[in-house]
Design a protein around this ligand. Structure first.
Ligand code: ATP
Length: 886
């Protein structure tokens, strides 16, 4: 039962050690015994099911019925060909859906969480699925708890158990022992799968994993990648239904007319079914999913992990990006450059995390200074980061801000490990973005001391004294002003400034109570250089009609200086602090929100306010975040973006996208990919539309005006199959073109295809139809046999559509300027389609099936130039547009 036993007994029972954890060998054995730490998922659609589901559509059923009718009437060849195309269409659909499915699975495996555990005496991250009972978990604020566990340590630890109990107030945890009759929600020394740490830290031993956990017993599902239909897919569905109904009416009408005109009723029926199949873009939704999924894969390569497919579209229409500063715009590689103590400003030399460097007062090096010493001790003890050397390279573990302090102290000859041994930590109040302060209680030779560090104004508010000339003196308002002046100077130089204080405290004090009457010991200013790619990224956003807004917990002056350097802040913009924001009424804030480009010293809840105000104005807002308390803002934003490296599990779960490198530039790449995916999808929809319009026109005009079937039913099916198959997939792989990040974002409400695309598809479809009708008319007047005419038109349509595929690589740019061979997939797709067409007209058995006759060279000499006019016409229009807009 664990919660009613002493921690030692629990550890004994589970045969593990609090200090070293399990050995890797033992963990492996237990994994075999207990299985993976996973909740059983709903049954996956099996491959067979997926394949069979392709044959469920209404049209396919009609086609199968048509095949049966043909067989019944003795038209075995027709029956066979129809079935053949049905199966082939099924296979194609299956392949596409399977690929989409695989991409989604891949995404899921990429987003699967990790946990920090002790194994073989070392801390390390382990995929949560490999955790076993007996593992020692290290938990901190923002972590999703990966298994049920008994707490061994709990430092101000609070856990949000709403997913389990529905109770929204976080539960304070403890390590007390509880009587056996305690109901589950009150067993405060236990933590449960699926809940998350909102505050503090803890250590726990895993007692149950997978389906044996309390959550597993409830058998809910967590962290599923959502697969809602995207707005585009919904529009496509609507469009398909509309087109379907319209076609069915026209087809029925013409078929009846045909029968009245004396065509064979059975032939008309087959023809009607084939035309309906050709006119309805039933394959498009699957192709769109593949398009989205392929794009998502490309995004992964560019460090952006999309968790929900619809977000890809949102990315394409995003017009405001609200971003954190530290780590996203900057490198998060902090180095302490300036130190202020005893009224003196010191300069610190050295590079990176290497702990070699010196302290200078003006030009002269300083070797010993009691004030510096006090400041560095506080910075090191009130600190959870570590400094490690591996193969001559120095690196830090933990928060870079804290790491920089450890490095600075080491440069002054104070090593963290040594200090910690001498000054044991007895208690702490952890850092949070709201408090902007952290305090620890550490022992010393003359008793217990509190050490605090945090935002300078917060530290100053907790201080009444200052350490000057070896004494603790009163911190007068003048002295405070002087210090704030120094803070401002340092911040103006883009340094991140932190204040430090200490105090001797009674042995029995609670950590929270120590944060007053403190002695101010100094400031440290650290440099966090902007990431190199960010400046270009912001400029790209500006030219793409996207505004970048900085929202940071850092000081106003530092934030402003960096925003100006990066081009986020421009003349006429406003900078607002969290406090100023709070002072504004909703209406006042709404009035200025569009002018603010920097928010500084904000609390996470301010982020929500900003998102809501911007959304109210109709913007599509992307927002980054990493902490536990950023979750509401991430959820409220159209596009919540979490940090892959520094982000908490909770923020990741609330987001639609995760940046695997925490880099702002990756958001820009993702937006570009998002736009590209949308562009490609629209292009291949337009391509498909051209095909369908062309085909329907040809047949309608042929039957109504020339009383001839220009192509027969099985040929229509074939055209539909091969033109809907590979070329759209290839079009979805088209690379971004140069204009993509120079256009304004697409409006979220914009239709499936723009008006101009619709006109272009109509025009091209008509062109293809006119050519075919011309061939029909000419051949009929020259007495060419019908099967030859049909073969000519059948082939002409397919080849025209292949030329047309090149048109839709870009709505605006000439294929020649894109480079004819730059989309290799399209070249292969077109070659394969042409090859299939050759098979259909030259292989004897196919000639029987499709009622084709072989074409001569002179036939080809007519078909190819005619078909190429599709490309020439569109190139000409693109050229004219370019001339006009130049
Ligand atoms: P961003 O929101 O852009 O990531 P940030 O990292 O500065 O910026 P917070 O982490 O909320 O935002 O930090 C706010 C302030 O709290 C910092 O400017 C700093 O003064 C102080 N601070 C940051 N980290 C610590 C820490 N580990 N201990 C104490 N104070 C800290």
């Amino acid at each position: 039962m664990y919660y009613d036993e002493a921690a030692d007994a629990v550890l004994n029972n589970l045969n593990t050690s609090e200090e070293a954890g399990l050995s890797s060998g033992e963990a492996e054995k237990r994994l075999d015994k207990y299985g993976k730490n996973e909740l059983k998922e709903e049954e996956k659609t099996s491959v067979v099911k997926l394949f069979l589901s392709q044959f469920k559509s209404f049209l396919i059923v009609i086609l199968i019925a048509a095949a049966l009718v043909s067989a019944f009437l003795g038209e075995l060849v027709d029956a066979f060909v129809i079935l053949f195309t049905v199966v082939l269409a099924g296979v194609l659909g299956f392949v596409q859906e399977y690929r989409a499915e695989e991409s989604i699975k891949l995404l899921k495996s990429l987003t699967s969480p990790e946990a920090l555990v002790l194994r073989d005496g070392k801390e390390g991250k382990v995929p949560s699925s490999l955790l076993v009972p007996g593992d020692i978990l290290l938990l901190q604020a923002g972590d999703r708890i990966p298994a049920d566990a008994r707490l061994l340590e709990a430092l101000s630890m609070k856990v949000d158990e709403s997913s389990l109990t529905g109770e929204s107030v976080p539960v304070e945890k403890s390590i007390n022992i509880f009587p056996p009759e305690t109901p589950q929600p009150d067993r405060k020394n236990m933590v449960y799968t699926g809940t998350s740490v909102t505050y503090g830290r803890g250590k726990a031993v895993i007692t149950a994993t997978g389906m044996s956990t309390a959550f597993g017993k409830l058998a809910g599902l967590l962290g599923e990648i959502e697969r809602d239909k995207t707005p585009l897919q919904e529009k496509l569905d609507q469009f398909g239904r509309w087109l379907g109904t319209a076609t069915l009416i026209v087809v029925a009408f013409v078929a009846i007319l045909g029968i009245i005109e004396g065509f064979d009723p059975f032939e008309m029926f087959l023809w009607g079914v084939a035309l309906a199949v050709a006119a309805i873009p039933e394959a498009l939704p699957a192709v769109v999913t593949v398009g989205l999924a392929l794009g998502v894969r490309r995004m992964v390569k560019r460090h952006a992990l999309v968790r929900k497919l619809p977000s890809v579209e949102t990315l394409g229409s995003t017009n405001i990006i609200c971003t954190d500063k530290t780590g996203t715009l900057t490198q998060n590689k902090m180095i302490v450059e300036k130190v202020y103590a005893n009224g003196t400003l010191f300069t610190v030399t050295g590079e990176g995390y290497k702990p070699t460097g010196d302290f200078f007062r003006g030009d002269s090096p300083v070797s010993k200074d009691i004030h510096l010493h006090k400041l560095l001790v506080t910075g090191t003890l009130c600190n959870d980061a570590g400094l490690v050397e591996e193969e001559g390279r120095w690196d830090i573990m933990g928060d870079p801000t804290e790491g920089a302090l450890v490095v600075a102290a080491a440069k002054g000859g104070l090593w963290k490990a040594v200090l910690e041994e001498k000054h044991e930590r007895k208690g702490e109040v952890p850092f949070s973005s709201e408090r902007k302060l952290m305090t620890t209680l550490n022992t010393s030779e003359d008793g217990l001391y509190a050490h605090a560090k945090g935002a300078p104004e917060v530290i100053l508010a907790a201080c009444t004294k200052i350490f000057l000339e070896g004494h603790e003196e009163e911190l007068t308002p003048e002295r405070k002003q002087e210090i704030l002046g120094i803070v401002n100077d340092l911040a103006n130089k883009t340094l991140r400034v932190m204040g430090f204080a200490y105090r001797k405290v009674p042995e029995d004090i609670l950590p929270e109570e120590a944060e007053k009457d403190m002695v101010f010991s100094g400031l440290m200013g650290m440099r966090d250089p902007p990431r190199e790619e960010v400046k270009v990224g912001i400029a790209t956003c500006t030219s793409a009609g996207i505004r970048t807004i900085m929202i940071t917990g850092d000081h106003k002056t530092t934030a402003f200086a960096i925003a100006r350097e990066l081009g986020i802040f421009r003349e006429g913009d406003l900078v607002l602090t969290g406090t100023e924001l709070e002072g504004l009424g909703d209406r006042e804030f709404d009035e200025i929100v569009e002018k603010v480009s920097v928010y500084a010293r904000v609390y996470p809840e301010h982020k929500l306010k900003v998102v809501e105000a911007l959304k109210k104005k109709g913007y599509i807002v992307a927002m980054t975040g990493d902490g536990v308390n950023d979750a509401p803002a991430l959820k409220a934003a159209d596009m919540g973006i979490a940090m892959g490296i520094t982000g908490t599990d909770v923020s990741k779960e609330a987001s639609s996208m995760i940046l695997t490198d925490d880099n702002f530039a990756s958001i820009v790449s993702a937006v570009e990919e998002g736009r590209n995916i949308l562009k490609n999808i629209k292009n291949f929809i337009a391509y498909g539309l051209t095909c369908h319009i062309g085909l329907v026109l040809i047949v309608l005009v042929g039957v109504l005006a020339w009383h001839t079937l220009p192509v027969i039913a099985v040929q229509i099916l074939w055209i539909n199959l091969i033109t809907d198959g590979l070329p759209p997939m290839a079009l979805s792989m088209e690379a971004p073109d140069r204009g993509l990040m120079k256009q304004k974002p697409t409006k979220a409400k914009e239709g499936l295809v723009s008006k101009r695309m619709l006109i272009a598809s109509l025009g091209l479809g008509t062109l293809i139809a006119v050519q075919s009708i011309w061939v029909l008319h000419n051949s009929l007047s020259n007495g060419v046999p019908l099967s030859k005419i049909q073969t000519l038109i059948f082939t002409l349509v397919v080849i025209s559509l292949m030329f047309n595929a090149f048109n839709w690589r870009s709505e605006r740019y000439s294929v020649f300027s894109l480079g004819i061979f730059t989309n290799k997939s399209l070249i292969y797709a077109v070659l394969s389609t042409v090859l299939l067409q050759l098979v259909a007209i030259y292989v004897p058995i196919m000639q029987i099936a499709f009622q084709t006759v072989p074409l001569s060279l002179s036939d080809w000499a007519m078909i190819i130039p005619l078909a190429s006019t599709t490309l020439i016409a569109m190139e000409f229009v693109k050229y004219l547009e370019w001339r006009i807009h130049r």
